[in-house]
Design a protein around this ligand. Sequence first.
Ligand SMILES: Cc1ncc(C[n+]2csc(CCOP(=O)(O)OP(=O)(O)O)c2C)c(N)n1
Ligand SMILES: [Mg+2]
Length: 322
Amino acid sequence: MKELTLENKREMYFMMRKIRMTEEKIAAHYREDNMHTPIHLCIGEEATAVGVCFNLSRTDKVFSNHRNHGHYLAKGGNLKAMIAELHNKASGCSGGFGGSMHLVANDVGFPITSSIVAGGVPIGTGNALAQQMTGSSDVTIVYMGDAASEEGVVYESIAFAVLKKLPIVYICENNLYSVGTPLEKREAEGFISNKFTGMLPVVTIDGNDVLEVQRVTNEYIEKARGGEGPAFIECRTYRFRDHHDTKTGVEAGYQTQEEWDSWKAKDPILRLGSELMLQDESFATAEKNFETEWKRELQDAFSAAAEDSLPKTENIAKNLFA
Ligand SMILES: Cc1ncc(C[n+]2csc(CCOP(=O)(O)OP(=O)(O)O)c2C)c(N)n1
Ligand SMILES: [Mg+2]
């Protein structure tokens, strides 16, 4: 695999910052009650979105879940369409009918998002079968949480993907919690990876190190693309906010301050940022320019969403498949 250039690292860094700044703005405005949608912030988990999607082409497909803002943006989803969707407006990426858990960007390989825990796993597996049957060279990525990996359909899907050697990589974002229930109350230590070994290649990595995520997932994505079949990558990470609220899990009462602080010290953005600061003289200026520009884009997106109209009732069944 080619060595990453400084430009590649910058690109990943600024994409992580875009996701963080976007979600911080969403959090800051959420209480105004103009977004009639639950929100599941991925603040702290940006490296898994960016490290994986960096390796993909526009036509590769990503299937996400309820915590999808980062995946959507990293895959190239349009910001204005996302913010409008969170405000349930007609120009939203799901026409204003889906809300935060159903972001879609068909033009960049983000075809559908299911809010059913593990719902995207069989759908993505079916997509990989379609890719194989049509002779496409595209791959499928399915993101799932640690709790999603406990659903029976994951085993069924993986067994099928292995049988058919499908071009798919399963990315498990293990943030140690299912809503407020910690992993150690649900599974024996190390179990997430252990339960799938024997079925397919399984790797556990530091999900807060975007360069490690990029490097390892690139290897398995290219293997899948080359016909070698699926893999399962467990990315150990942590969310700095509550399951579906803007406060932290500490404030919500199920995370300890000590645990939160230990993960904050491994913040994926600060880690790559401090590395770039040392390696790249023009980085500080680039960062300032980026901040000004992205703040403006965010402001434009929020203003456009506020001005847009609600979707028309007669369109409610327009995108339903029966
Ligand atoms: C089948 C199903 N069961 C329960 C829920 C309610 N629910 C939504 S998210 C969630 C927890 C998911 O945890 P995890 O998969 O670890 O993802 P995370 O939220 O940590 O990113 C639950 C139980 C649901 N949406 N679907
Ligand atoms: Mg989780």
